[in-house]
Design a protein around this ligand. Structure first.
Ligand SMILES: [Zn+2]
Length: 199
């Protein structure tokens, strides 16, 4: 199966852009030589864009990437133009057709993948526009790091099992209930299947 880029990616790399479908093309503004909040050098590239997400509204995307080799600070986030109330979304992912469901995930969101992991908010958390497959792939990448670096056999084995489960879900042969909670209201799972409630 070819590796897909599921994120609407602000990284200005042709490699990523070429994999985006035409509907994902959008204009972005780039500002180079900005002051980096981490290393304080003027090596930060700031990228800003806006995009209309059907059934959610306009969102602003931004990405900060420090080109200083010793720093490599990266932060990305997404913010809805219109104020949304704190919301919880729950979706039963039960087949390959669900992989393309659009997801807006802000840095304030908690993503719960039961028996696998919670993606927690915080300063190192990023926001992005992606889809269900993109969320599952990110969890997979994090578990692959655990698998490759864990000291204990037990931890490595647990990570391996969870990677297998995620792969089965991506292929449509296993299920998962995904919850996204966002007190900022800047996140959404855009599908009739998703159950939305106040947080
Ligand atoms: Zn820096």
């Amino acid at each position: 199966m070819p590796k897909q880029n599921n994120d609407i990616n602000l990284n200005n790399k042709a490699e990523n852009e070429s994999k985006l479908s035409p509907e994902d093309n959008f204009d972005s503004d780039e500002f180079e030589h900005q002051k980096c909040p981490m290393c304080l050098k003027e090596t930060l590239q700031l990228t800003e864009a806006e995009r209309d997400i059907p059934y959610f509204g306009k969102v602003f995307l931004y990405s900060m990437d420090c080109t200083n080799e010793e720093c490599r600070y990266h932060k990305a986030d997404v913010e809805a133009a219109e104020q949304h109330e704190p919301t919880k979304f729950v979706i039963e992912v039960s087949g390959e057709q669900d992989m393309s469901i659009r997801v807006v995930k802000s840095a304030e969101a908690t993503v719960k993948l039961p028996h696998i992991m919670n993606i927690e908010p915080g300063t190192v958390s990023n926001g992005y526009v992606t889809n269900i497959e993109g969320i599952l792939n990110r969890a997979k990448v994090m578990l692959e790091k655990v698998r490759d670096t864990a000291e204990e056999d037990d931890d490595r084995q647990k990570a391996k099992n969870m990677i297998k489960k995620l792969q089965r879900i991506i292929w449509g042969s296993d299920k998962i209930k995904i919850t996204i909670e966002d007190p900022s209201g800047n996140s959404a799972i855009i599908s009739d299947k998703a159950v939305k409630s106040k947080l």
